[in-house]
Design a protein around this ligand. Sequence first.
Ligand SMILES: Cc1cc2nc3c(=O)[nH]c(=O)nc-3n(C[C@H](O)[C@H](O)[C@H](O)COP(=O)(O)O)c2cc1C
Length: 175
Amino acid sequence: MNNAALENLLTRRSCRAFTDEAVSADLIAQVEQAGLCAPSGRNRQSGIIIEIASDPLRSELAELNRQIGGWDQGFDPFYAAPVILAVLVPSDCPTGVYDGSLMIGNMLLAASALGLGACWIHRCREEFARPEGQKILDTLGIKGAWTGIGHVALGHPKENSAKALPRREGRIFKA
Ligand SMILES: Cc1cc2nc3c(=O)[nH]c(=O)nc-3n(C[C@H](O)[C@H](O)[C@H](O)COP(=O)(O)O)c2cc1C
């Protein structure tokens, strides 16, 4: 293949093991920019990204996510990724789920293109429906009703950490 963007699209894989190395502000900004460039219904561009890259908030969010997911104590549902990018949309946005999902998709692809590891982590909706999530919004001065769509867990990947899962055949129907 001689098209780098397409190659990245076909080879991106979820990463669930990260090194301790910090991700530079420049790399995080490039990933976020890709998220902001995603298409959105009626070009509303209403989705936002909350960057969480330091403790205690990162650990608090991981613990909240773990409790919502019902995992055993000590499990980190963000796989020790140093950066968490939470995507939220206004709760009254009719295309919010689609818009936010595309933002996450763009960021996963950007991370892969930059040699970073990334994974979509769920349960953002539940987090931000709870008082702990609301407190994060309040602290940042984000007003109104917001719905969490998902997180990108981001970091430098441990070697060979991303497994290439085969794709199911038979999902294209030519009418
Ligand atoms: C809506 C959605 C929710 C996901 N939630 C999680 C999650 O909470 N934890 C996780 O490890 N992976 C999660 N993933 C990643 C998927 O498991 C992963 O994309 C899928 O297994 C295919 O693997 P690939 O991304 O390497 O192609 C999620 C993906 C999507 C699209």
